[in-house]
Design a protein around this ligand. Structure first.
Ligand code: HEC
Length: 120
């Protein structure tokens, strides 16, 4: 009986510790994150990130740097032929200019490139 209780307590401690570590990985570098195992696509993952963080300055007739980031073709071209990923991951001159996106968000963009810029 005593032994069973000890085991139960131990496993609870382990589970609690595990949850703590997985909840605090928000800061730090992409290398510290667990790899993304699911398929990353423009429709499911990338569009929402770009719309929320980039389109305000990079769309329409007054788009900053003349860079349009609306729609799959534009975003793919900026990532594949332009320097979208370099700027997103650039610590001293990042896009958006207000500060780097969290590592988990940048990891999704990197993985999209690694997977070959899937649309859906
Ligand atoms: C607050 C406005 C603003 C936001 C938000 C913003 N940008 Fe920019 N972006 C600029 C300005 C201004 C420039 C031109 C100056 C420079 O290159 O730093 C620029 C330049 C760039 C360039 C370089 C273009 C070139 O031809 O050299 C890229 C790539 C870029 N932005 C991507 C992004 C991405 C991706 C996001 C979202 C993650 C983003 N930007 C969000 C204002 C913004």
């Amino acid at each position: 009986m005593y032994r069973k209780l000890t085991l139960l307590t131990l496993s609870l401690v382990v589970v609690t510790l595990y949850n703590c570590t997985t909840n605090t990985i928000d800061e730090g570098d992409i290398e510290d994150l667990p790899p993304i195992v699911e398929k990353v696509t423009y429709d499911d993952d990338v569009e929402a990130i770009i719309t929320a963080n980039c389109v305000g300055c990079h769309s329409g007739p007054n788009a900053n740097a003349g860079l349009q980031l609306t729609g799959y073709a534009n975003v793919r071209a900026a990532a594949e032929q332009g320097n979208l990923l370099n700027r997103v991951n650039n610590g001293s001159n990042p896009m958006p200019p207000g500060g780097q996106l969290p590592p988990a968000t940048r990891q999704i963009l990197d993985q999209w490139a690694t997977d070959g810029y899937l649309e859906n």
